[in-house]
Design a protein. Structure first.
Length: 193
């Protein structure tokens, strides 16, 4: 039996950016308090956050998408080890190229940061009426608030995309977003009433 600690260690040793512990605590608390049952995750990595979310309650179902085969295989193994393969469906695909049916109470976006607007626009049609879209890594290791100190050009570009996504959320006509500086920065978007 694998425990979450083992998955965390594997992630750190292999540079896999799983959620930080205060972020995951916040997310699982949020799921509990808001009675969330159907979750769609964009970006499974090795299944860590999907497993944490599914463990909140026995009646939670998770659909999660990962495009990297190695990570997908590791996630499948971890999900099986936790006996969660009946409640976590993992899909090997690029999330921008696959179609998911059904409505979700929570859509958790935690994949390629440069594509967040696209993920949001694509999957908002899978959001239940009172559902929420949560986006991770909006502070990107604190770099979003310190753009000037970034010397690497690719990093600057990536952080620029996150800044654009934050603007997109702030100016969105359909959704209101609450920004929380927990973990690596989280956005919680709800349809305007
Ligand atoms: N949610 C995970 C961490 C995800 S890391 C956790 O906290 O445990 C981000 C993952 O998103 C990476 O494994 C990466 O391969 C995947 N990813 C990035 N862009 C993607 C895309 N377009 N479609 C599917 N997966 C994607
Ligand atoms: Mg993340």
């Amino acid at each position: 039996m694998v425990c979450l600690r083992v998955i965390e260690e594997y992630a750190h040793e292999n540079n896999i950016p799983i959620m930080l512990s205060d972020g995951i605590d916040f997310l699982t608390d949020f799921i509990k308090k808001n009675d969330i049952k159907r979750i769609l995750e964009v970006g499974s990595a090795i299944g860590y956050s999907a497993i944490c979310m599914a463990q909140v309650s026995l009646d939670i179902q998770v659909v999660t998408i990962e495009r990297d085969t190695l990570r997908y295989n590791e996630a499948v193994k971890n999900i099986n080890d936790f006996g969660l393969n009946d409640r976590i469906e993992i899909i090997l695909a690029d999330a921008l190229e696959c179609d998911i049916s059904g409505d979700f109470d929570l859509i958790f976006i935690d994949a390629a940061k440069a594509q967040y607007i696209k993920f949001f626009e694509k999957y908002k049609s899978n959001l239940a009426k009172d559902g929420v879209i949560i986006s991770d890594n909006l502070s990107f290791h604190g770099m979003v608030d310190n753009m000037d100190s970034i010397t690497n050009r690719n990093t600057r570009q990536l952080v620029g995309k996150i800044v654009k996504y934050i603007d997109f959320l702030k100016n969105n006509l359909e959704f209101d977003t609450e920004f929380i500086s927990i973990g690596d920065g989280i956005g919680i978007s709800r349809r305007k009433s």
